[in-house]
Design a protein around this ligand. Structure first.
Ligand code: GRG
Length: 295
């Protein structure tokens, strides 16, 4: 990783911490336990990949800072909510997330459910604020709602839950991941871009092709890491996919072919950005980060 990219990531990751804090209800506000659990779920953890994508795309299209900050916070809140719910006993039943006990373990199941619900609502409230014109805000709200709902992340999660113990084809696996993980990653890129200057149809198509490639690459790498890494490095339980007989890229293609696929997707992401030239440097570097990450 180049030094200036590493510095850019670190700076934004640290800024995200105070931004998210400022966009959450204070823990002193009633109901304090729920607000404390929301802070626990969102703050102090995670790579903040989705906010980084918002900033990289937003900067490419000269988006105002406040609009990028709101979009980045909103998308990270949706992501955090999905992790809280995914870890619950009725779904993945996990005890470890971001190196800490999961929310239902640290608090209780009812609180975890409410944390997810409240974070989702908070995300839309944050995105609805700020000085962008109303028409643009509605477009951004609609985009995030579509990516988070049954046509996006929730839909992907439903397919995932029903696929456990079954044989999924490679196409079926790809469709599930496009929805479960890809939709929110794509929304991060598009929200950043939408917050900026008017987009041409060709620019939208290029960004979508980039987002498609990194969305899938993210998941292929997630499957590889689950198979080859350990819980201490990942900050979540490793080896769960095989233990739960979940269809994954590693189980369908094998480890080596999965690694080759991740590399091919990284190159696809780079090719998609060619029309933007050097201006897309941060998006290019984020594609590399997604494929080369160790956690
Ligand atoms: C419960 C509605 C609902 C959806 C859950 C995101 C998700 C859908 C489930 C999480 C389970 C999982 C391992 C998904 C695969 C990829 C993924 C989203 C990993 C976690 O994202 P990272 O690596 O996490 O960006 P950090 O902690 O860095 O933010």
């Amino acid at each position: 990783m180049k030094r200036d990219f590493a510095v850019w990531c670190k700076q934004l990751q640290s800024e995200m911490e105070s931004l998210l804090l400022s966009h959450l209800p204070p823990v002193t506000q009633t109901p304090q336990r729920l607000h404390e659990a929301m802070h626990y779920a969102v703050l102090d953890g995670g790579k903040r990949v989705r906010p980084l994508l918002v900033f990289a795309a937003g900067t490419l299209f000269d988006a105002p800072r406040d609009a990028m900050e709101r979009a980045a916070s909103a998308v990270e809140m949706i992501h955090a909510y999905s992790l809280v719910h995914d870890d619950m006993p009725c779904m993945d039943d996990d005890a470890l997330r971001r190196g800490k006990p999961t929310v239902h373990k640290r608090y209780d199941e009812a609180t975890a459910l409410l944390v997810g619900d409240a974070l989702q609502a908070q995300a839309f409230e944050v995105l609805a604020g700020g000085a962008l014109d109303a028409q643009r805000k509605v477009a951004m709200l609609r985009l995030l709602a579509h990516a988070a709902g049954s046509s996006g992340m929730c839909g992907g999660q439903a397919i995932d839950l029903s696929a456990v113990g079954t044989l999924l084809s490679r196409d079926g696996l790809e469709q599930m991941h496009q929805l479960k993980t890809g939709a929110l990653l794509e929304a991060s890129v598009m929200l950043g871009a939408l917050a900026g200057k008017q987009l041409l149809a060709a620019e939208i198509a290029a960004l979508k092709a980039y987002a498609d490639a990194i969305g899938l690459a993210f998941q292929v790498v997630d499957d590889i890491l689950d198979a080859v890494s350990d819980s201490a490095t990942l900050g979540k339980t490793a080896g769960k996919d095989a233990a739960n007989h979940k269809p994954t890229y590693v189980s369908i293609l094998g480890l080596e072919a999965s690694q080759q696929l991740a590399e091919k997707l990284r190159q696809d992401a780079h090719s998609a950005l060619l029309p933007f030239g050097d201006n897309a440097q941060r998006l290019l570097e984020l594609a590399d980060l997604i494929v080369q990450r160790k956690t």
